[in-house]
Design a protein around this ligand. Sequence first.
Ligand SMILES: Nc1ncnc2c1ncn2[C@@H]1O[C@H](COP(=O)(O)OP(=O)(O)OP(=O)(O)O)[C@@H](O)[C@H]1O
Ligand SMILES: [Mg+2]
Length: 506
Amino acid sequence: MTQLLLDQLSKTVAGQPLFTTDRLSAQTGDRVGIIGANGAGKTTLARIIAGQEADFTGTRQVTDTVVLVPQIAPTEDKSGGQSMLARVRTALAKRPAILILDEPSANLDDQHQRWLNRTLQHFAGVLLVISHDRTLLQAVATTIWAVDDHHFSQYNGTFDAYEMDKQRRTANATDAYRHEQRERHDLQLAAQKRREKANRVRKGGRNLSAAERGNTKSLRERTAGKIERGAHAMLDRADRQVVTEKPHQVASIKLVATDLPPVQGKYLISASDLDLRRDGKLLLRRASFRIKPGERVALTGANGSGKSTLIDAILAHQPQTHLAASARVGYFHQDMTELPTDRTVWATMARATTLDVNRTRQVMGAFGLTARFYDRLVGDLSGGERVKLQLLAILVSASNLLILDEPTNYLDLPALEALADYLVGYPGTVLFVAHDQAFRQRVATRTLAVDHQRLADPQSTAQGTPATDLPRLRFEYDQLMQAPELDQAKLKELRQKIAAAQHENG
Ligand SMILES: Nc1ncnc2c1ncn2[C@@H]1O[C@H](COP(=O)(O)OP(=O)(O)OP(=O)(O)O)[C@@H](O)[C@H]1O
Ligand SMILES: [Mg+2]
């Protein structure tokens, strides 16, 4: 029987405590889901378990050899999804007693995700899976190790059970917070009343004679003092009583169109009768489509179906494709790892940004890259932090067309939401690939699907989200407003269209 035990582990990075742990244990047959925010230390914990990282304190007992499939690896000549699959298959073939997979579902299409879930359910040894993928976690994990506020703790149960338990705890905390606030308010009111009473006592009644006033002065003063001390104690208590921190929310960010260079022409990207091949293999037959300014188009299709190849063709101005001359492209591609690693986070952003310092900080903050990251070297960032930085560098550059190939890999939930918010509020045009269906559904105004070498172009997303013209109309409006001569008639027409579209969207 294989045993794995970590007890009171403590890991420090660059002089700062990164995490500590409870007693974490697993044995043959256990499947552990390791979850937590980007940069919380999940990959670091995996490396400690695998024996690749020896700089820590506490107990580590591992009775067998460990195979670790790392988060980011060179993809060589395969697509991102195919490369991850190959590495998982190789690792499984070794039949390890302990297997750690770091974000194995990144880049996988639906079919391969299902394959992965099934395969891992039948794994015979100890399985540890680091993931942000809720479907995978629920399908596979029997135990959860969650890192929260720099501490790993163990929950014996499925991911859903863990989430429910956590929700209950958060609800309790919110209740406790509200309750505390109410009590605090009551105490403050009571204290205020006492102070007023103390003042009245100090002054004495209106119908006191001068002599009486003089005689009772010190008594009144003493009594008032006592009442005031009582009030003070109440206020003290009110302050001490607040132990629960207010649950905070991140503000969403919006870019305004004036930040972007204007687009000329009716279409930003188009293709007509495009045949697409890679290594002699036909991927697309006679594909035609057109993308208008302001659209957010999701490109979908199985692993290896040619999504990235199509994007490459557009960017390379291949025959039968057209990219508007006024397009300023911000391009993110799968598992980008090409930022210079010896530069700091701030220096990287400063090079890329066209926004002022405050806006740049704001946008970074919304993605969780706060001031404490500014002096950190890119090479020291976690997988998710690196993806955030690379995305941010693109988002703050003055692009009017974003082409994002799998930008959601490795992102934690808050970052995923910040990205979705950002794109929904972005007035330019977006062409993106994302295996995360919920993300696609939120962001896309339209879907292009690669299926059996055909490009299907339904006018709305597969999930039935209605296409909305709103972003494009707003964008056109802003463009017109910037034109040297105002076309009042056209502006009026656009205003009416925008109002109508807003009405349609509720
Ligand atoms: N030399 C260093 N100096 C400062 N911070 C460092 C250094 N090396 C690593 N870190 C930080 O340690 C933290 C933990 O990194 P780790 O890769 O374990 O996170 P993770 O939980 O796997 O995150 P992700 O979900 O993004 O993969 C990160 O915030 C990283 O920036
Ligand atoms: Mg990691």
